[in-house]
Design a protein around this ligand. Sequence first.
Ligand SMILES: [Zn+2]
Ligand SMILES: [Zn+2]
Length: 147
Amino acid sequence: MVIDIKKLKSSGKSECSFHFECELQSDVITLPDAEFSKPVSVTGRLTLSGKTVIVEGEIEYVLSAHCSRCLTETEYRAVVEFDEEYSEDKEDVDAYIYSKGLVDLTEMVREKVILSMPYSVYCKEDCKGLCPVCGINLNEAQCDCNK
Ligand SMILES: [Zn+2]
Ligand SMILES: [Zn+2]
């Protein structure tokens, strides 16, 4: 996920759009028993702004996970917006750093994905979960434990 702004500058432009499909390492997934079910998609626009570079757009990912209540396999889709600045000045604490005219989005995307990770996912809003006594899936069947 590297954008070469030297090329952009030499073509006389001050902005470009970008789209990446990337495989992120699974260490960004904090939800138990979940994995990306397709590559993470990153779409946006880069603008040269004086000495800094602005990138804005959307990250989309889909997790194949297990419902936190009933453990059924379920899909979780997230769209995370970003609007960040990149600077060549290593002292600039508010911005991500780029060097040699190459803006690498990988670290920023990793951070956004980690921050947006859900603590729990549900197969449906009113999932009834599993019976704590017999373990039956209460969405699919009833038991006599609570009678
Ligand atoms: Zn469920
Ligand atoms: Zn039961």
